[in-house]
Unconditional design. Sequence first.
Length: 153
Amino acid sequence: MKTWNVMTVAIAVSLLSGYTTPTRGESTLNKEIRDLIKTYQRGLNEANVNLIRCVYAADAIFIGQPFPTAIGLDDIVALYSDFLSKLDFNVEFDVLDIELSDDLGFIRTHSHGTIAPLGQTPEGSEGNREIFVVKKIDGKWKFYRYIFNADVN
């Protein structure tokens, strides 16, 4: 009888605390998404357009302050090619939220660091708030929609 009571209390405490053990699938999904964000971060920091190209879906849309909206991979790559040839990025993305279904989801991030004209010393740091809508295409997560704006202090 005592064993049953201890077990009941342990289960109740676990349920009431909201603790759940992530399944292997959830952990794998989160790692895939975090790796996608890290690849994007590397693409910016290394001015590597090929890394940028590999994180976006063919029919992606980019909406970012102060850039024009870019629709489709070719327009997005052209936009990045232009500003990565002029700016030096040293940014880091912190993942704040990940919500995924079978083949669609979103990621909310906060980025911080420096962006300066090539060859110039950054004058200060900056931050942005980002929403990435991701889509699973051929078994891999890609950016499907991306929108960001500057932090509001």
